[in-house]
Write a protein that binds this ligand. Structure first.
Ligand SMILES: *Cc1c(COP(=O)(O)O)cnc(C)c1O
Length: 420
């Protein structure tokens, strides 16, 4: 066994630790559920560990990770679970940092998910005719695990993500994990990657569940097989501005969603559809794009990946959820928190005029948290808010939400799920 001397890189010629692949749908598995699934135990009890030779593709992935201490030894995995990964925790952005494990579970069309497994993080194999590749039958979710100052690991309202994935799956003709399966598999994936959860206050572990039609189709139809996959990445701020105000541009020609479409679910195609406007806006120096309703081109919808709020006096308005806007969990939480703080919160049509006459504007989302808006450009005219400073209401709501998420204030609403 290698010793845990400083900064040993993974030896790519060595076999690495990997959970044993468990046969699916066997009678014995149904009678004796895998200890890797729905258990409160630490991942990888030793009797389930097996040395497995890696594929060359997986090797490339491991190679791309930052240097890792003491990786390739059997006892290493236990000591590492509590040791932090060796990366620069002070400069996390919102980019992918590959971690140790991902979760995968498959099922056939018309059936439910029953059993999955943690795997070494790496490339997946998929049919060229997969429904997700050909017809965009796919959904994603996004949530964060935090390390609190008193040493806990927590999730914020993960049951809401589970329910939203189920609603989206129904819209996209896919089977979805149950709420319990979603919660257990997220928990298991987070704990298996524990050393990648940033220290308290430095960021969070972004958890990305995917649901996709992985079976082959040629004619347009729901795929015959589905894959649920969870991977994670440590993240810092989404916008390079951090809590400093962002600059948005209102898009007049391209639309994100239309009535009767899929704007209200986190389906993958919604994001490919905004790339053109998003890329053009970024090239002009804007942080992101604010979309209008596609019928009147007059009412606000949302930003590429976050919801929008407009503050005037003691009133906070946000566009109502009517199928074209993604029902954000941060949005829902901020509405609750703001009402608790004495604000009047209205979910209704919000016009561009109201927006431009607001005292403050901010965006909400898991990735962006609460991001104050410093300026909005509409028809080439720029309207600034709050002299480049963070607005009072945005700051107040940001503090209230993040204190709750990071365990600094009491969780009276039962939004925090403790993993450890
Ligand atoms: C994910 C997402 C949001 C924010 O939802 P949260 O649950 O708050 O993270 C808002 N708008 C769009 C388009 C999204 O994809």
């Amino acid at each position: 066994m290698e010793s845990c001397s400083a900064m040993a890189k993974i030896n790519l010629n060595q076999p690495i630790l990997s959970p044993s692949p468990l046969p699916r749908n066997t009678i014995s598995n149904l009678l004796h559920p895998s200890p890797l699934f729905f258990s409160d135990r630490k991942p990888f009890p030793s009797f389930f560990l097996k040395l497995q030779k890696q594929s060359p593709l997986a090797d490339n992935y491991i190679e791309a990770t930052p240097s890792i201490k003491c990786h390739a030894t059997l006892p290493g995995i236990y000591s590492e679970a509590s040791t932090l990964a060796d990366i620069d925790w002070d400069n996390l952005g919102f980019g992918l940092i590959p971690t140790d494990y991902m979760y995968m579970m498959k099922c056939a069309r018309g059936e439910g998910f029953s059993k999955g497994e943690l795997k070494r993080y790496g490339n997946i194999e998929i049919s060229p005719a997969a429904g997700v590749l050909n017809y965009g039958q796919g959904l994603f979710e996004g949530l964060k695990a935090y390390r609190t100052r008193d040493g806990n690991i927590v999730l914020f309202r993960p049951n809401e993500n589970a329910l939203r994935m189920r609603a989206g799956a129904e819209r996209m003709c896919m089977p979805a994990p149950t709420v319990d399966q979603f919660l257990e598999t997220v928990k298991e994936t987070v704990l298996a990657n524990e050393r990648w959860i940033p220290p308290a206050g430095k960021g969070s572990l972004y958890v990305r569940p995917l649901l996709m039609g992985s079976g082959s189709v040629l004619g347009i139809a729901p795929a015959p097989e589905y894959t649920f996959l969870i991977y994670v990445s440590p993240v810092g701020n989404y916008f390079k501005e951090g809590l400093s105000p962002i600059n948005l541009v209102i898009e007049n020609d391209f639309h994100r969603a239309s009535p009767g479409g899929t704007g209200g679910v986190k389906t993958i195609g919604n994001y490919a559809a905004v790339l053109k406007a998003h890329t053009a806006a970024k090239a002009k120096g804007y942080s992101d794009v604010l979309y209008l309703d596609c019928v009147h081109k007059k009412y606000l919808e949302e930003v590429s990946s976050c919801n929008v709020f407009v503050v005037k006096g003691n009133t906070i308005c946000t566009p109502a959820i009517k199928g074209t806007i993604l029902p954000g969990i941060t949005r829902k939480s901020i509405i609750d928190i703001a009402r608790g703080l004495g604000f009047e919160v209205l979910e209704q049509l919000v016009s561009v005029d109201e927006l431009l006459n607001a005292d403050e504007v901010f965006c909400t989302g898991t990735a962006v948290v609460v991001s104050p808006v410093g300026s909005i450009t509409y028809m080439d005219e720029r309207t600034a808010f709050g002299d480049g400073k963070v607005g009072r209401v945005s700051q107040q709501l940001y503090t209230a939400l993040t204190s709750l998420q990071m365990g600094l204030s009491e969780d009276q609403k039962g939004w925090i799920v403790k993993l450890k």
